[in-house]
Design a protein around this ligand. Structure first.
Ligand code: ADP
Length: 295
């Protein structure tokens, strides 16, 4: 597997490259690391690159292209590699195309990590703090001033590669603002879909599944419509049942009221004396009951 990780400084290319190395057994070819090693070793390349790097400027294309051409020819790169920090200009991308063509090799994917520029300075500051805490030497270009230049260089010289690879159909954009694990999962998902023919098959199947899922997703809409229709029908049925019920109740109520009216009228007709006598009789009876209860 051969892939390119694209993104501005601090986008997380190095972090993701290390994870992909562990997962797929690829080699990570970071031109930044190689140039820093050259600077540290004081090689002719290192001497030329030192000041440019410290300022945050790019080193000349022919220099990095020569380094990469040598590196991808080494045996450990045969299984595949991750290019991290290369290509950084359209010229480098064209040179890489020629190198790969010469060796009859292709690129499996170009992965661009998309990040919010506002977050980059904070990320670099964090990296500086962590390296200082571990007692490691801080990169000469990990300061606000050089970072600004690195970002300018990215915008002017590297960002055009998004269109370059976009036009070739190899570009995949991943949200680099997500958590490290989530970014890794997104990259792995892309790689598993662009691997060998056998790996591509499930991707096609999943496209079928997506189609089916879309169909299924439409179904509930139909069901909702049907349910609404049914609800309307039951509603109107319920309304007629309700009104029928109301009519019955009204009829019953009218009958009861009539009965009550008759009773009231009858009571009114009863002589008041008879009423009083009845009450007196009931009072006597109650008193007798209480007396017998006490005995
Ligand atoms: P960054 O965190 O900015 O991506 P790198 O470690 O990839 O850092 O690169 C550090 C510096 O090394 C760059 O600013 C540049 O000076 C030099 N460099 C690395 N790769 C390239 C390249 N492909 N072309 C030109 N210069 C490069």
């Amino acid at each position: 597997m051969r892939l390119i990780l694209l993104g501005p400084p601090g986008a997380g290319k190095g972090t993701q490259a290390q994870r992909l190395v562990a997962r797929y057994g690829l080699v990570q070819l970071s031109t930044g690391d190689m140039l820093r090693a050259a600077v540290a070793a004081g090689t002719p390349v290192g001497l030329k690159a030192k000041d440019l790097m410290a300022q945050g400027a790019l080193v000349p294309d022919d220099m990095v292209c020569a380094i990469i051409a040598d590196r991808i020819a080494e045996p450990d790169a045969r299984n595949g590699f991750i290019l991290d920090g290369f290509p950084r200009t359209v010229g480098q991308a064209e040179a890489l195309d020629a190198m790969l063509k010469d060796r009859k090799l292709g690129l499996d994917a170009v992965i661009a990590l998309k990040v919010n520029e506002d977050a980059l300075l904070a990320r670099v500051e964090k990296r500086v703090a962590e390296m200082t805490a571990r007692g490691e030497a801080v990169r000469a270009d990990d300061n606000a001033e050089a970072l600004k230049k690195r970002l300018d260089a990215y915008r002017a010289q590297t960002a055009p590669l998004i269109d370059y690879y976009g036009g070739k159909g190899t570009l995949n954009v991943v949200d680099g603002m997500a958590a490290i694990d989530a970014v890794e999962r997104a990259i792995v998902a892309i790689l598993e879909g662009t691997g060998s023919a056998a790996k591509r098959k499930p991707a096609r199947q999943s496209a079928k599944k997506v189609k089916k899922a879309k169909k299924v997703a439409k179904r509930p809409a139909k069901a909702v419509k049907a349910a609404k229709k049914a609800k309307k029908t039951t509603k109107s049925k319920a309304a007629s049942v309700k009104s029928a019920g109301r009519a019955t109740r009204a009829r019953k109520g009218a009958r009861k009221a009539a009965v009550r009216g008759t009773r009231k009228a009858a009571a009114a007709r009863r002589p008041a004396a008879k009423k009083r006598a009845g009450t007196a009789r009931r009072t006597v009876k109650k008193a007798a009951k209480r007396k017998s209860g006490r005995r």
